[in-house]
Write a protein that binds this ligand. Structure first.
Ligand SMILES: [Zn+2]
Length: 371
């Protein structure tokens, strides 16, 4: 590949022409040759890489600032199948950086997974896009992530990332860590047994330097382009894996600050005694799901007090009789108990807006939704 690139640099007048025929390009349909022609022309992917990409699958956990950018790029690139798992709904404060969503999604109070699925199917009907409205927990993570070529991180907290790390290492599937806060972003690709994993990075001596990206997004805010840069690097790494070009992976921990213009990359060594990738002690897989979690960047608490599904229609009728400004769609039901706004999902989860106190959220949940 390097030789070919060098050749092209030496011969700037030379153009590689693309002639798409089914006979020449294997399984691709003629319209797919046209759709992906610029990617096929790129020597790092080529026809063979595009064929692989069309057959491959990716799972994305979290569809916020990072996830929307990465999902958009992967679907446009022609990945065969993309599963998007997200627990949240679209709000107006998301639109500044979550590039798949628009004002109609906020008016409809659509879950992010459903809104993303609708938008991405309109962008590229070749791709099997599957939105899953769920919170990834130790109980469901293996089911949700089994059978994919690569897993992408679009989450906003290290508890979930370490859960993803344990799941990916135990499934022996590569995954791509990414995080952004303020004007700063960071990403690293994990290939189990070949590279360091997130536990090597976070649970070793270098731990403190990288945990900082978590707690501050409430207060620090985020520049949309910081998420865009990091998610774009993440999507490029995914494409290398999906197109069967693992030798092109950057193999670094890359960080960048779009405000100061500082970009850094460092090698991260495997920890030979790593709890996860060396000793296979997947403690996060065995962990208990948190009954309540304060959501990032919002005055809200997520609560999950019951494991059975809710009948949203019945709950809506019950709440409407007491006039709580009930609104609902196919995925969720929302009502107001001033000063709180409570959004309930069919899986029994609720997001209580207007507090960061789990005790208040739990008591509201018990009173209006039931134990
Ligand atoms: Zn490790």
């Amino acid at each position: 590949m390097h030789e070919r690139l060098a050749q092209l640099r030496c011969l700037p007048g030379r153009k590689r022409r693309y002639h798409g025929t089914r006979a020449r390009y294997g399984q691709m349909k003629p319209e797919q040759h046209e759709k992906y022609s610029r990617q096929i022309l790129f020597s790092g992917i080529g026809e063979a890489g595009q064929e692989k990409l069309l057959q491959a699958s990716a799972a994305l956990v979290g569809c916020g600032a990072l996830g929307t950018v990465a999902a958009n790029l992967l679907v446009r690139s022609g990945v065969g199948r993309l599963r998007i798992i997200d627990r949240d709904f679209v709000e107006v404060s998301n639109l500044q950086r979550q590039t798949l969503f628009d004002e109609a999604d906020t008016r409809e109070a659509l879950p992010k997974a459903a809104a993303a699925e609708r938008r991405l199917r309109a962008i590229n009907s070749d791709v099997r896009v599957e939105g899953v409205v769920a919170d990834v927990t130790p109980k469901n993570v293996i089911d949700l992530l089994s059978g994919f070529t690569v897993i992408l991180d679009g989450t906003d907290n290290f508890q979930t990332r370490l859960l993803l790390n344990d799941a990916a290492v135990s499934l022996h599937v590569p995954w791509i860590y990414a995080a952004a806060v303020g004007s700063y972003g960071v990403t690293m690709t994990v290939r189990p047994t070949e590279t360091a994993c997130l536990a090597c990075l976070l649970e070793g001596e270098e731990k403190s330097a990288f945990m900082g990206a978590e707690a501050t997004c409430d207060t620090a805010g985020i520049v949309n382009s910081a998420a865009g840069v990091v998610a774009s690097i993440e999507a490029a790494e995914a494409m290398k894996l999906l197109a069967g070009r693992p030798e092109a992976l950057h193999r670094r921990l890359i960080s960048c600050d779009v405000w100061s213009g500082k970009f850094q990359s460092v090698r991260v060594a495997r920890n030979p005694n790593c709890r996860a990738c060396a000793r296979h002690e997947f403690v996060f897989l065995g962990g208990e799901a948190q009954p309540h979690i304060t959501l990032c960047g919002r005055d809200s608490v997520q609560i999950h007090e019951r494991s059975r599904r809710l009948d949203l229609g019945e709950l809506g009728r019950h709440l409407a009789s007491a006039t709580h400004e009930v609104r609902s769609n196919d995925f969720l039901l929302r009502f107001r108990v001033s000063p709180y706004e409570i959004t309930v999902f069919a899986d029994g989860r609720a997001i209580v807006k207007g507090t960061t106190d789990p005790a208040i959220a739990r008591s509201l949940y018990a009173r209006y939704i039931g134990a």
